[in-house]
Design a protein around this ligand. Sequence first.
Ligand SMILES: Nc1ncnc2c1ncn2[C@@H]1O[C@H](COP(=O)(O)OP(=O)(O)OP(=O)(O)O)[C@@H](O)[C@H]1O
Ligand SMILES: [Mg+2]
Length: 293
Amino acid sequence: MTTSTAPTWFSSPAEAARRLDAVGYLTDTPTATTAYLAGALEKPLLLEGPAGVGKTELAKAVARATGAELIRLQCYEGLDEARALYEWNYKKQLLRIQATNADQDWEQTHDDIFTDEFLLTRPLLTAIRRSEPTVLLIDEVDKTDVEVEGLLLEILSDFQVTIPELGTVEAVRRPFVILTSNASRELSEAVKRRCLYLHIAYPEAARETEIVRSHVPEISDRLAGQLVAMIGRLRELELKKAPSIAESVDWARTLVALQIGKLDDAAVTRTLGVVLKHHSDHERAIRELKLAR
Ligand SMILES: Nc1ncnc2c1ncn2[C@@H]1O[C@H](COP(=O)(O)OP(=O)(O)OP(=O)(O)O)[C@@H](O)[C@H]1O
Ligand SMILES: [Mg+2]
């Protein structure tokens, strides 16, 4: 069995909130509770929610808060075992075979070249072989093909990887696993069953104002409040892409850079490109919020 863990992660939801806060990630109660549980139960955590609400950032914040190393597997269409798990270093194996003296039997050569020395480890395998605390971020898992989920199952449930030529590699120490998804497709039930689940939505205005202020301390409380209120109104419109926390923060930086002290119609229209990234969204916002051009 695995030799896990002294309380590497968080000792309570409140402590999780405090430590995440201290590294710049402001949580609400559900997020802090789930972050605590994922560590305490050693269960992978699946984060779902719209773009830019802080899914990836939560994984980074857990790593910062706990001093663990972050290992990231960025998912994309076409990601395969060789990129996600491990791959044999064929070139090196060939060189070894060429260098082997001719009378060595094949069995011996085979045993030589399928050893650790010839293994190229990719993020999943790297994460479970580490003896130091590790946060494994499997980012945007909905972007992969369904087959990759099959690959993940062994890791998510047993924290192990089977390499036919080497045998089963068990986790030396269980990583804190976070999977993120935009829900662009449903993940398999098999993956979901092995994870804790947290839906991250757009934050309440008060918390978003705090987030904005923590990223852009130069902005006044009042302006941050106005900005977040306007972001809230924009999110209520039927836009192609609603503004996220990332856009709120960018907007705050923009207003500071332009030395705009008050968010009136003119200021909004002038800087709308920071928050809305589709022409049709601009048109709609100007029309429906009756912004003067
Ligand atoms: N709770 C929070 N506290 C502090 N900053 C936050 C918080 N949530 C989000 N942010 C900020 O918002 C930005 C966007 O977050 P992040 O990149 O994690 O989004 P995401 O949910 O992973 O989006 P995507 O689905 O597009 O990858 C980050 O730069 C982060 O600093
Ligand atoms: Mg992300």
